[in-house]
Design a protein around this ligand. Structure first.
Ligand code: SF4
Length: 177
């Protein structure tokens, strides 16, 4: 017991080193998204996320955008609880038959102009769930999609790049009507 006590006093902890506090490339990307959003909308960008039937892998990466490392709120990007407060509808997973109506109603509740982003390979065409009796298909089977971010799951950085491309390359007011 005494030996363990002494060891614990001098040994390094067995945890990984924390990432560097400022990842310059990430900060630059997130700042650019925030600035383009302000220029286009005159305010912060609000995102409503809907899991239409995913395995939750994509959700873990989306949640990472809000963790202490990515912390995208500091750049003016917010995830909101109500679709009525959202500019962007971010959808993960294949659209299951059970979730189809809820997704359509959420889409209708987002005010115009709005953008729809399909996240992950499942969001594109159903991914590994394609063909299942429980699945309608990709997000575009149910609503117009402005951007697809590929990957299984896509990284938080890929999602930020997608958001930037979406905001920069769609004309003002040309989002999904
Ligand atoms: S794309 Fe991959 S991680 Fe995302 S919901 Fe589908 S299987 Fe899961």
């Amino acid at each position: 017991m005494r030996k363990l006590l002494f060891q614990s006093l001098f040994q390094q902890p067995f945890t990984e080193q924390a990432p560097a506090p400022a990842d310059a490339a990430l900060a630059e990307l997130a700042t650019a998204v925030g600035q383009v959003a302000r220029r286009r909308l005159g305010r912060s960008l609000s995102i409503r996320e809907v899991d239409a039937g995913s395995c939750n892998g994509c959700e873990l990466e989306i949640h990472a955008l809000n963790n202490a490392y990515y912390d995208v709120e500091r750049f003016g990007l917010r995830f909101v609880a109500s679709p009525r407060h959202a500019d962007v509808l971010m959808v993960t997973g294949p659209v299951t038959r059970n979730m189809r109506e809820a997704l359509e109603r959420t889409y209708d509740a987002v005010p115009n102009p709005k953008w729809v982003i399909a996240i992950g390979d499942c969001g594109r065409d159903g991914g590994c769930f394609a063909g299942s009796y429980a699945v309608v298909g990709g997000v575009s089977e149910v609503m117009p999609v402005d951007l697809h971010v590929p990957g299984c799951p896509p990284t938080p950085t890929a999602m930020l790049k997608g958001l930037l491309a979406l905001l920069e390359h769609t004309k003002a007011g040309a989002a999904t009507p």
